[in-house]
Write a protein that binds this ligand. Structure first.
Ligand code: AHR
Length: 511
């Protein structure tokens, strides 16, 4: 198979938003306990945080971390998680049918976030709670001192305010599974009132209203329109959540999951802009895609027996293979390509729970296949996102009809002169030779594999591929699926030619 595309610095979409590379830490399964926090672990620091997980979080290149849920937040009392640990109550977590010991709360999380060098993004409970509790949490976190709750934070050991900017107004309130689930009108009113009052405390907050839990929700589209009719002038973002999985052995459809994400984003942008037009507003609402990932939900064993009330049970611990990483790479390409309107995103989640990082309690921590596309995109996407408009063969899928075999996006950093192309080959059995016209980048010298395009004249190609699309990494074999140098890249005239193996994620750097 062959394909071609053109790189031109004039084809700008928007700047790369660092917040595209957010993730998510929920009190769910082993994400917090034995994930980021395990005081008895050999690598634990003075605060009980696993140093190995902190290191991997940095390597992953995470910008923002959403906390503390997810479904969990809709039953959460944040006050349970502050003060001396030995006095904190254990509570039933109805969302995940677990026991929450509250050993980690907002103070520990912010301490962890500082160590991991990530921006905390907080969610407030709009399920069992409402406006007053949201204001209390905001006061506790962001007011420097001199009020009951800010002084309580200081008494609990945090002299400086947390300065948390991004706040989610509840979680998935469209979902019947959500504790305190609401109609769009009920939720829209509540979100508007909570947002209005939170802005009275700090008008520079960035507030996220809940959009749909997936594009297949029966209320999709109508939910966003109604919520924004109520809350448009009070919020900055509407959220999107989407999880994908291979169903019925249909790998071709699965690798094209980004088709749904593209459609999801375009539909929510159109809906938000339509509401904005009707309100005669000049303001634009952006998208916070604050839950996205591969999740084998259909294989998920139901929980819910009375005996399930345990601390940090093994829940949602999906093990990812190469094809999952390639599908996830496609989702990253989709998010980047929509950088003009998707200005924040969170891979759900960070550790153990549908996560790129896996830990053994008391033992090793390792990288799943999906770690690699995320880490590479976070590391190398810089400057401006460029449209690339590939011309390539299509294939038929049961889920989405005809889909291009190649999906791609590029970024260009004017300051460093570096251009990076991210590509997936969705063909399950054929390699794809891609010709990239790079003449518009300037300074193209004909030459060999390394030595022609970009300021320093180097071309580097890596590929994530395997003879088995279902190959996985494990604790004992953590390097089975990792990015490797792709020798099949060359430069001739103004064209970079690269061969992408079937089912592969590829990064080409011109620098
Ligand atoms: O990320 C796992 C769960 O998926 C979250 O708790 C919820 O918001 C979503 O349904």
């Amino acid at each position: 198979l062959t394909a071609r595309m053109t790189l031109d610095p004039a084809f700008r979409v928007a700047p790369v938003n660092r917040r595209t590379f957010g993730t998510f830490v929920e009190h769910l399964g082993r994400c917090v306990y034995t994930g980021i926090y395990e005081p008895d672990h050999p690598s634990a620091d003075d605060d009980g945080f696993r140093a190995d997980v902190l290191e991997l979080t940095k390597e992953l290149g995470v910008s923002t971390v959403r906390y503390p849920g997810g479904n969990f937040v809709s039953g959460y009392r944040w006050e349970d998680g502050i003060g001396p640990v030995e006095s904190r109550p254990a509570r039933l977590d109805l969302a995940w049918h677990s026991l929450e010991p509250n050993h980690v709360g907002i103070d520990e999380f912010v301490r962890w976030a500082r160590k991991a060098d990530v921006e905390p993004m907080m969610a407030v409970n709009l399920g069992t709670r409402g406006l007053q509790e949201a204001l209390d949490l905001l006061e506790y976190c962001n007011i420097p001192s001199g009020t009951r709750l800010s002084d309580l934070r200081i008494a609990n050991g945090a002299k400086d305010p947390y300065g948390i900017t991004m706040w989610c107004l509840g979680n998935e309130m469209d979902g019947p599974w959500q504790i305190g689930h609401k109609t769009a009108r009920e939720y829209g009113r509540l979100a508007a009132e909570v947002a209005r009052a939170m802005r009275m405390v700090d008008r520079n907050l960035e507030l996220v209203a809940c959009g749909s839990s997936s594009s297949s929700m029966p209320t999709f589209g109508a939910w966003e329109a109604t919520v924004l009719e109520e809350a448009y002038e009070h919020v900055d973002y509407i959220s999107c959540h989407a999880y994908y999985e291979e169903r019925d052995g249909d790998l071709g459809s699965f690798l094209a999951s980004a088709t749904d994400m593209d459609h999801f984003i375009a539909s929510v942008v159109a809906t938000a802009d339509h509401v904005g037009a009707r309100l005669r507003s000049r303001k634009k609402i952006n998208i916070s895609f604050d839950e996205w990932n591969i999740w084998y939900m259909s294989r998920h064993v139901a929980y819910g027996g009375p005996s399930d009330w345990s601390v940090a049970p093994q829940l949602l611990e999906d093990r990812y293979h190469l094809a999952d990483a390639v599908a996830l790479g496609g989702l990253l390409i989709s998010l980047l390509r929509h950088s003009d309107r998707v200005t924040a995103a969170c891979l759900a989640q960070l550790v153990n729970v549908i996560a790129p990082i896996v830990t053994e309690p008391g033992g090793r921590a390792w990288r799943q296949t999906t770690f690699h596309p995320f880490a590479q995109a976070s590391r190398y996407a810089a400057g401006e996102v460029l449209r690339v408009e590939p011309v390539c063969p299509v294939y038929e899928t049961a889920a989405y009809g005809e889909v291009p075999v190649l999906d791609a996006v590029a970024t260009r950093d004017e300051e460093t002169g570096e251009t990076t192309i991210f590509m997936i080959n969705r063909s399950v059995d054929q390699s794809l030779t891609v010709d990239v016209d790079v003449r518009a980048l300037g300074a193209v010298k004909p030459g060999g594999r390394s030595g022609s395009v970009g300021r320093g004249g180097a071309v580097e190609a890596t590929v994530l591929a395997d003879s088995d699309p279902y190959a996985r990494n494990t604790a004992d074999d953590p390097l089975r699926v990792v990015p490797r140098a792709n020798p099949e890249v060359r430069v001739e005239g103004g064209t970079v030619t690269v061969v992408l193996p079937p089912v592969s994620w590829n990064v080409i750097r011109l620098h």
